[in-house]
Design a protein around this ligand. Structure first.
Ligand code: GDP
Length: 683
């Protein structure tokens, strides 16, 4: 017979995992009683262990959904909190503590919560049962309890004692049943007493005649009658810890009713074994009755879920694992595409344009502002121009110009190209990785994003110093000598020309926009003023001479700088084009060309190394690192959490899961129904 209940309890727990399915509930037994009626003692006697939180101030704030599972082969009893993924807890004191913590998690303000705590207890001595323990009714709220507590508890109980649940109404024998809160509540929802079991506790506190009168209660008849119990736990705490609570209390109870034969003579129902049996029978009957209607409800829900699954997801089964694997593959393919497109040439271009900037800076510092006494803002472009003008006519071994030349060249070779080149390559790879993430499924997954960028950064950072050092080593010879052939000279000449031209047009643009911003005439005036005051070495006062504001003076200085620069660029452009610069023999006269050639050699050498040491190495290791960190190293929970970061995937998984649970419940249900039909036929 118990096979049925066991199966139905299984179905019940499957159904309880389905969200928003209030219609899909199999009935259970709800336990109500006022505080101190002996409710906890009864439940603990049924379970055979002390496990409920105690203490005068300890009010149960949440329903406890207790599933008892008879496990004949279990060596010892144990409990499981499925929602906490607690695993087996064999120490019932620990269970008590957990329940207490879960209870206290409900805030004082909220008082009670209707979110049940699920607890499963496996034991060779318990029957298959599900019981819901509700907060005890209170008569008067204690001083530190809110007034609303009383009504909140009774509202919560009212919610649970509705059909088709069985009500286990607990009342103590030493209080007039007319005053029993539990019975009064039950009569409101079950006036004919069809689904209430009356439990009268503390039978030892009344004399047998009074006891018999209570149990044969004719004023409030219940179809399933009243059961009298004595389950005062043994007084000594010592016993409870080590001894077997159930046999101790049951023995005491048995002795008690044995001492008072009146109970048996009057056919009163007494004792825990009787109650346990009755609970099992009643639960099985009630469940059996609600089986068919619940099955119908499940079928309806399943139909709806299946339809939705087809329409929205085309019946595509998705698991977090496949979702992650597919996303990772897609990302790796994207990255592979990038890596076959991004190579040597791209690094070269990037590095070259960085060095072009350095070359311009060096030229500006070493040549274009060689008259160090005349500051940029001086406006004395004549001084500079005069000096630079003298370059073409200087002799080949002019020490001044030779020194400039060597200094410029070594500024470039000693600039730390190793670090610069490595850094640039790393940042463009990191940018590429970010770009790939943004254009992949992982864009919506913060966890995956940080794992991927972290993997990339780790690989690249690990190689940073050695790559930078190697590059630096390889370019060392250039610090001493730079060998150029005519062909190289020619192409550098073309590039230098181009570079100067670009710089000139940028300079020109900047000058034009400054004129537009300040006004052509005003700018001319202020520039003129600055040049004059400077040449006559008059200091302009800080308030701003001639009524020009400080801001305007700054603009004027900027204008002069740009104009000077334009003049110099123009002059150098001419020089590069000139006959003199056509041959490398005259390199001293053409630093623009020479520095470009040096930059080109540096870049060439650096790229050769970076391509192997950094790029190829990264392209090889990065996908493997991802396989590790987004594959093998993740737990099932992490994969699940990852997939659920995307609300669309979460919805997909939820619906799929719901459909699966409904199918599972229905399948089990059909087999129980078949069993039931067969049994009917047998009879
Ligand atoms: P709850 O507040 O309804 O859970 O009640 P408890 O189970 O905590 O019991 C309240 C008090 O009644 C405790 O002190 C128990 O020891 C005592 N008690 C419980 N059952 C019996 C019983 O059958 N006989 C006697 N004499 N006392 C009992």
């Amino acid at each position: 017979i118990m096979i049925l209940t066991r199966k139905m309890i299984e179905i019940r727990s499957i159904l309880s995992q389905i969200d928003q399915a209030d219609t899909l509930r199999l009935p259970s037994i709800v336990v109500v009683g006022s505080q101190s009626s002996g409710k906890s003692s009864v439940l603990e006697a049924i379970v055979g262990h002390e496990f409920l939180p105690k203490g005068s101030n300890m009010v149960t704030r949440r329903p406890i959904e207790l599933t008892l599972i008879n496990a004949p082969s279990a060596a010892a009893s144990y409990g499981v909190f499925p929602a906490l993924k607690s695993g087996k807890i064999t120490d019932f004191y620990q269970i008590q503590k957990t329940l207490s913590d879960l209870n206290l998690a409900v805030s004082e303000l909220e008082c009670v919560s209707d979110d049940p705590i699920r607890l499963e207890i496996y034991s060779p001595t318990v029957p298959d049962l599900t019981l819901i323990d509700l907060p005890g009714y209170i008569q008067l709220a204690a001083a530190d309890q809110p007034e609303s507590l009383k009504s909140k508890i009774s509202a919560l109980c009212d919610k649970y004692i509705q059909e088709p649940n069985i009500i286990l109404a607990i009342s103590p024998a030493d209080v007039d049943l007319a005053n029993s809160t539990a019975l009064r509540a039950s009569r409101r929802v079950d006036p004919r007493g069809e689904r209430t079991i009356g439990v009268v506790t503390k039978m030892d506190l009344v004399d047998p005649q009074t006891g018999v009168d209570i149990l044969l209660n004719n004023r409030y008849p219940l179809r399933m009658g009243y059961v009298g119990l004595v389950c005062k736990p043994p007084a000594s705490g010592l016993f409870r810890r080590h001894g077997d609570l159930i046999s101790l209390t049951e023995k005491q109870e048995h002795e008690f009713f044995g001492r008072h034969p009146l109970y048996a003579e009057t056919n009163c129902k007494t004792g825990l074994p009787y109650l346990r049996n009755q609970l099992m029978r009643t639960l099985e009957d009630t469940m059996a009755r609600s089986l068919a209607p619940t099955a119908t409800a499940i079928r309806g829900e399943l139909e709806e879920a299946s339809y939705q699954f087809k329409v929205e997801y085309n019946d595509r089964i998705l698991t977090p694992e496949t979702y992650l694997a597919e996303s990772l593959d897609e990302f790796k393919i994207g990255f592979q595409k990038f890596s076959s497109a991004f190579g040597r040439q791209d690094i070269r271009d990037m590095l070259k344009s960085a060095l072009d900037q350095k070359v311009l800076d060096i030229l500006a510092e070493k040549y274009w502002s060689i008259n160090s006494k005349a500051s940029v803002s001086s406006g004395s472009n004549t001084a500079k121009a005069v000096l630079l003008d003298s370059l073409p006519s200087a002799s080949q071994d002019d020490p001044f110009w030779n020194k400039r030349f060597d200094l410029s060249s070594s500024s470039l070779t000693k600039l730390g190209i190793g670090r610069l080149a490595t850094m640039l390559t790393i940042s463009s790879l990191m940018a590429a990785v970010e770009y790939q993430i943004d254009h992949s499924t992982f864009a919506k997954h913060p966890f995956a994003r940080s794992t991927i960028t972290d993997s990339a950064a780790r690989i690249l950072n690990d190689r940073y110093f050695s790559a930078a050092d190697q590059v630096e080593n390889c370019i060392k010879p250039f610090k001493y000598e730079i060998d150029l052939d005519e062909r190289e000279w020619q192409s550098s000449r073309d590039r230098a020309y181009g570079l100067l031209k670009t710089e000139m047009s940028q300079c020109h643009q900047a000058y034009q926009s400054l004129r537009k911003q300040v006004g052509a005439k005003t700018l001319d005036n202020v520039m003129d003023y600055i040049s004059k005051t400077n040449n006559s070495s008059e200091r302009f006062d800080d308030v701003g001479g001639f009524g020009f504001s400080q801001a305007l003076l700054a603009k004027g200085r900027e204008g002069i700088f740009l104009k000077d620069r334009l003049a110099v660029l123009q002059m150098r452009l001419q020089a590069v084009k000139s006959k003199q610069c056509r041959s490398k023999k005259n390199k001293m006269y053409c630093p623009e060309i020479f520095l470009d050639a040096v930059a080109d050699k540096l870049v060439h050498t650096a790229v050769l190394f970076l391509n192997v040491e950094l790029l190829s190495d990264f392209y090889y290791n990065f996908p493997r690192e991802l396989d590790q960190r987004l594959g093998r190293q993740l737990s099932i929970e992490q994969v699940e959490a990852f997939a659920r970061e995307d609300p669309r995937i979460q919805a997909h998984l939820d619906l799929q899961n719901r459909k699966h649970l409904l199918e599972l419940a229905l399948e089990k249900m059909e087999s129980v129904l078949a069993l039931q039909r067969q049994r009917r036929n047998d009879i």
